[in-house]
Each structure stands twice: as C-alpha cells, then as structure tokens.
Design a protein around this ligand. Structure first.
Ligand code: MG
Length: 286
C-alpha cells in the first residue's frame, strides 16, 4: 500500500494510491484521522485500506497534479544516522563507526516531492544524500532487534541535503543539517508488507539532471534497520510517525575532487527500488 499526504484546501489530507489515481481518505469519511501518525496509533490503517479498495473508480481523484507534502509533515522525531555505509564513511575520510551515529533534523528543514530545495544565502556547499527513510508505526521503548521490524509501518525516500561548511564548522552537525527547506522526504510511504524485511537488498541512488551520482544498495548499511530501531529505542520512546533516515552510500559531492555541489536549477532525484523517486529542483533563497 502506498500512502501520501497532499495539500487540500490549504491543509494536509491523506490519500491511498490506486495506480494513477488516489482514494482521498477525508472525502470518504470525515471522521478518520487526518495524519498518518494518528492512523498508525489508533490501529486503523487496515480499515482505511479496505475503505480505499471499495471506492468506485469514479470517486478516485487523479494523482497527477496533487501537491504532495512530506508523507509525515510534522514527525514527533526526525532521527538521522551518519556514516552508515562503509564506502561513504571512507570517501569522507571518517573512521568506520562501531556505534550508530545519530543526529537530528527539524521539520522546517524538510520539503515534499517536487517542492523546491532551497540553497541558502549563507552557503553554496549544498550536498545531496540519498537515504532510506524508516517510518515507525507502533510505539516502543527498549525494542529488541528481533521485534524491531514489527514497529515499522513503512519506508520512504529521503534526501539528507547538507550544507557541508556549516556541518563542519563545529563538532555537532546540527546547523549544516537544518537549513530551512534543505532536505526532502517522499513521495510516498510504502507499507512494510510490500517490501523485503528491513527494506534490505534495494538499489538506492541519486541522479542530478539525469546523471547518476550515487548508486548503492540498502544491504550495504553498516547498521541495518532493526539494529537502528533497537539502538534508538534504548534511549528514547519511538512514537508512531517517528522517522529514521538511515544514512547514505558513496558518491556525495563532498567525496569528489573538486566537490560536486548542487546548483540552482538542478533537478535532483533520489530513487529507491520498489519505493519510488523523490524529485526536487534547487532554488536560491529569496
Ligand atoms: Mg545523511
């Protein structure tokens, strides 16, 4: 099942994709929750699936032309993992981590599919990072690895857009990872039942203006999805709608000589096999 959040009458609305068309959940039943975290928390996703499948073709709306928002516009937590692919850690000159390196982003730093990625006034060292995004469905703390995947609702694509000079000004990466509208998330959440366990074995990469710049596989992660869920939940509660960006393979702009930064006008696509293609165009901060 493919889940989207789109803008309708100036507010977020939920949709379930059916081919080229979409079942608009709010139009079917105004009483259903209007954000995916609440749907997951109340355990009504299967009811919505049944509802969406019973919608007659003529009541579906066209997918094309919808303005997509990040599938979860306001996650309770946005956890990101740094240096989680050996080849990427090597290209940055970093040591291979033995413990997952978590950092955080805020919702203001993230846009949806086809929304502009914003090159800030403060820096043009604007780098791309294709990542698998994990979406938590069932709340948990101290989740053992063996049960970790039971807590995952689905997966999406993420571009962990980074301003490298700001990332490196200080020991903490926070500022370089949190410029407004510098990352993207979407287009859809693909539910876990439609993918291999832990979304392992999927091709993941980035294209800039059609040219392949990253080409990896999700099973090359140093810490897999179950390990990351276990490690994060040892520290904090993972609520429904928490998202975990799982790190990027080699090929980022920072690792090249000279560095390859995204430029104004570039079309940047993050694609993950079986999940989708997240496309954004780079614009200059107004
Ligand atoms: Mg990253």
């Amino acid at each position: 099942m493919r889940l989207i959040t789109f803008e309708k009458d100036g507010r977020p609305a939920l949709g379930i994709v059916r081919g080229e068309r979409v079942a608009d959940i709010s139009a079917l039943d105004p009483d259903v929750p209007q954000d995916w975290p609440t749907v997951f928390a109340k355990g009504v996703l299967e009811r919505l699936r049944a509802m969406s499948e019973s919608v007659p073709e003529e009541r579906l709306i066209p997918y094309e032309g919808l303005r997509l928002l990040p599938p979860i516009p306001q996650p309770p937590k946005i956890l990101c993992v740094g240096l989680n692919y050996t080849d990427h850690a090597e290209e940055t000159g970093a040591k291979i981590p033995t413990i997952p390196i978590f950092f955080i982003r805020f919702p203001t730093s993230i846009v949806g599919h086809e929304a502009p990625l914003v090159m800030p006034k403060a820096s043009d060292n604007f780098d791309f990072e294709a990542e698998l995004m994990v979406v938590i469905g069932h709340e948990g703390r101290h989740i053992p690895k063996e049960r970790a995947l039971d807590h995952v609702a689905g997966y999406s694509c993420f571009n962990d857009g980074s301003l490298r000079d700001f990332q490196k000004h200080t020991v903490q990466w926070t500022m370089g990872k949190n410029f407004d509208n510098s990352g993207s998330f979407g287009p859809e959440i693909v539910t876990a039942d439609d993918l291999p366990p832990g979304a392992s074995g999927l091709r993941i990469g980035t294209r800039i203006n059609g040219e392949v710049v990253q080409d990896g596989r999700t099973d090359d992660m140093i810490f897999d999805v179950a390990t990351l869920v276990e490690a994060a939940s040892e520290v904090m509660t993972l609520e429904p709608g928490t998202v975990i960006a799982t790190g990027t393979p080699a090929g980022v702009g920072l690792g090249r000589k000279p560095p390859l930064w995204m430029k104004v006008g570039d079309v940047v696509e993050v694609e993950i096999e079986g999940i989708g293609t997240l496309r954004n165009t780079v614009e200059r901060e107004a």
